[in-house]
Structures are given as structure tokens and as C-alpha cells.
Design a binder for this molecule. Structure first.
Ligand code: HEM
Length: 400
């Protein structure tokens, strides 16, 4: 148990963490990857390069120090992180390694300012948090195998079909190589995929939303080829596009994530930017397959008609189901715009009948996209609790 004196010591480090949090976690990652290079197979080395993961961990450590008197307020954040961790097959023993390097890093970065008592206080605090997280993640692993067809860890899948949705986005249909069942997933969930990158001599995991409703036959992911070549981020998606043709195998962890449809009679409003539409497509397909009666507004923005993925499918659904209304925004001017509104997604250009007060809103895209539309919607009086969102990459909004 952490003592009151130890809590005070931890609170005393908040100003240092605020100032040097990212430096501390950068030092920590460098140290950990030097001593335990096998962990490079687990972390997204692209996020390491752009410091997003350092910031995510620093923010989490800071939030923990600030709430040391009552860490239970962090439970929803811990659950969100736990989903990411369990999707990456993070196990209790990994917490020992992280703990060892984190404590050594605090000592090394603070130097003489790190008394034995302070390090001991952080040790107790870290393992208290680790125990909380390990417990939450154990429940998640237990849940994964409770589903019929569920599994934990990495499982090989056959690529059975590849569809080029656009020049940039490819859908990959996957079936378990063991011929086993698929667990039911909720629309909006994601899987981690890992590929061995020959250039890096490393496995690299990435999360992709499942882009189709649960159907018992296949799992589908839709991968955008990232333009940034030569960086691990672009490397994984480019490699998937080039190499993962029919007949190849990909390793996946079980579906997870809490970006889910709200089950009520209110309208569903889907707002996506670019490849952010993938989890929303799964939700839409799910609603259509169940012949739900909810009114649906589908708002999507992309660069132009050629790069508009799932355009044909959305048009078919709009013509078949009178309760669906679709709006597209293209920010690059071009001759064919298929009725799309020119420019970035601008909700002010949509009739307010399609953006009702009492509705379930779902946003998916980059952080700036979510922030912009979240602000707009709450500015229109829509209750923040009715706005659900999923951001690409490590979440920066969750702990603020
Ligand atoms: C108390 C300890 C820990 C804290 C506070 C923590 C915190 C976080 C946070 C805030 C994220 C970002 C979540 C998101 O993407 O939304 C994250 C992701 C991640 N964590 Fe942890 N974590 C801890 C322990 C661990 C351990 C033990 C491992 C395994 C060695 C680990 C590996 C990862 C990985 C691989 C990611 C995904 C980011 C990437 O791919 O680079 N974490 N963690």
C-alpha cells in the first residue's frame, strides 16, 4: 500500500513531470529498447519517431501522479489503454520490464534530486497502477476467449480476397487458417495486425478497424496506403498493399474496442474523414443487415471522386433504404463531383434537420477533424455524451 508520505513525494514530482515528462519518457524508451530490444516488435516504431507514444505515456504518468489520491477516476482511461494493450498482447511480465526501466529513468533524469525515498515511492505507485492495469487487461483476455471462436494473442489468417476500393485503400478479407469459427464482433471494433518488415528486421503491429459487420464468414480490414514512404508508418501499409495478396497469411489479435453503436431509437449521424469511415461502414452495414428503423445521416469527406472509397456501396444503400441520407465533401476541385459539396467537411452546410439534437453522433478521422466537429456540434447544443469518436493513432484526447 502506498503511504500518505509517498503520495506527497509523488505529488511533489508533478511540476518536474509537467516540464520534463516527454524527456523522461524518451529517455525511458531509449533505455528500454537498448536493454530489451525484443520489445521493438511490440511497439509502433513510427510512433516512436514522431513522439506520439512518448507523449501518450507521459500524459498517462502525469495524470496518474495528479490523481494519486484517487486513481479510480482514471478507470475509463485505464480501460481504453487496456484495450490497446490487450490488442497488442501485452502481458503481466511486460509490466516488470517497463517498471524497471521507468524507475531507472526517473533516477537517471532527476539525478541528485531523486532520493531513495522518492524512487521507492514511485516504485510503489507504479506497481499499484500496473496491478490495476493488469487486472483490467486480464478481464479483457478472459472476455476474448469467452466468445465462441475467440482467442488471445496472435492468430494466423488467410488472405482470401483483396479489393482495391481506390488507388489508396485496399480491403482485405481474412479467414482463420485453422478453419475455426470467428467470434462475433461489435461494429466499430478493431484488430491489431502484425507484419514482419524485412527493412527493419522487426515485426510491426498496427490497429485497423474492421470495416464490415460481423458475419461469421470473414473479417475485413481496409488499409490506406500511407504516403510517407521510408517511415515505419508508411512502411507497414505499403507492405500490406504490395505483399498481402490472396494466399498469404496475416497475424491478427482478437477484435476489441469500445467505439460502438448506441442501441436506441434515435437517429445515427456518421461523420468521417478519409479512411476514418472504416469503423462507420461496419456500423452502417450492421444497421442495414438488421433492417433497423433509425434515421441515418452519412457525412463523409475525402479529397476527390477517384479517392472516394465505398462510394458505390453507399450509393446502393442510400437508394435501397429511404431512412439513409448521404452527403459527400471533396476538398480537391475536379470535373466529376457526383453531387459532392466542394471543400472540407463543413457541418454548417448541412440542413439542421439532418443533424438533430437528439441523436447518436459518431466521428472518426484525425484528431483535428474530431476536435473541429466536436466543437461545432457541442456549439449547436448537442450533448457531448451523445458524441462518440475514435481518433487515428495514440489517443491524445482521452486523458485530458
Ligand atoms: C503503468 C504502465 C503503463 C502505462 C501508464 C501505459 C500507458 C499507455 C498509453 C496512454 C498508451 C496509448 C493508448 C492509446 O493508443 O490510446 C499506451 C499504448 C501502448 N502501450 Fe502502454 N502503458 C503501460 C504499460 C505498458 C507495457 C508494460 C507495455 C509493454 C511492454 C506497453 C506497451 C504499449 C504499446 C505497444 C502501446 C501502443 C503504442 C505503440 O504501438 O507504440 N505499455 N500505453
Amino acid at each position: 500500500m502506498i503511504t500518505e508520505a509517498q503520495k506527497d513525494l509523488i505529488k511533489g514530482t508533478i511540476p518536474v513531470l509537467k516540464e520534463h515528462g516527454v524527456a523522461l519518457t524518451s529517455h525511458f524508451y531509449k533505455r528500454m529498447f537498448t536493454h530489451n530490444p525484443e520489445l521493438k516488435h511490440i511497439f509502433n516504431m513510427g510512433n516512436q519517431q514522431n513522439a506520439r507514444q512518448q507523449t501518450a505515456l507521459a500524459t498517462a504518468v502525469l495524470a496518474y501522479a495528479e490523481h494519486i489520491d484517487n486513481p479510480s477516476v482514471l478507470l475509463s482511461a485505464v480501460k481504453h489503454i487496456g484495450q490497446k494493450h490487450s490488442s497488442l498482447n501485452i502481458r503481466p511480465e511486460h509490466y516488470q520490464i517497463v517498471g524497471k526501466h521507468l524507475l531507472a529513468s526517473i533516477q537517471e533524469v532527476l539525478g541528485d534530486a531523486a532520493s531513495d525515498e522518492l524512487i521507492e515511492a514511485w516504485k510503489v505507485a507504479y506497481f499499484q497502477l500496473a496491478d490495476l492495469m493488469i487486472g483490467v487487461e486480464k478481464e479483457m483476455y478472459d472476455q476474448m476467449i469467452q466468445h465462441d471462436g475467440g482467442w488471445t494473442g496472435w492468430k494466423p489468417f488467410n488472405v482470401v480476397k483483396v479489393v482495391a476500393e481506390t488507388a489508396e485503400i485496399q480491403s482485405i478479407y481474412l479467414e482463420p487458417t485453422d478453419g475455426g469459427k470467428l467470434p462475433v464482433h461489435t461494429p466499430g471494433q478493431y484488430v491489431s495486425v502484425r507484419v514482419f518488415l524485412p527493412e527493419l528486421h522487426l515485426y510491426q503491429p498496427r490497429q485497423y478497424s474492421l470495416s464490415d459487420a460481423s458475419n461469421g464468414k470473414y473479417l475485413r480490414i481496409s488499409v490506406k496506403k500511407e504516403a510517407v514512404e521510408g517511415k515505419p508508418d508508411g512502411m507497414v501499409s505499403n507492405y500490406i498493399h504490395q505483399y498481402f495478396q490472396v494466399g498469404k497469411q496475416l497475424e491478427l489479435t482478437a477484435p476489441t474496442g469500445s467505439f460502438n453503436l448506441v442501441e436506441n431509437e434515435h437517429p445515427h449521424i456518421f461523420i468521417s474523414g478519409g479512411v476514418g469511415q472504416t469503423p462507420l461502414i461496419a456500423m452502417l452495414e450492421h444497421l442495414v443487415s438488421r433492417e433497423g428503423q433509425n434515421t441515418i445521416t452519412w457525412i463523409h469527406g475525402c479529397r476527390n471522386n477517384d479517392l472516394h472509397a465505398f462510394k458505390d456501396r453507399i450509393q446502393v444503400l442510400e437508394s435501397q433504404y429511404p431512412n439513409i441520407t448521404c452527403f459527400s465533401f471533396y476538398d480537391e476541385a475536379q470535373p466529376i463531383n457526383n453531387g459532392a459539396i466542394p471543400g472540407w467537411v463543413d457541418l454548417a452546410k448541412i440542413d439542421s434537420d439532418h443533424l438533430p439534437q437528439q441523436a447518436n453522433y459518431y466521428l472518426c478521422g484525425p484528431a483535428g477533424f474530431i476536435e473541429k466537429h466536436f466543437q461545432y456540434l457541442t456549439g449547436q447544443g448537442i450533448d457531448a455524451s451523445n458524441i462518440h469518436f475514435e481518433e487515428f493513432g495514440p489517443a491524445s484526447l482521452q486523458l485530458n
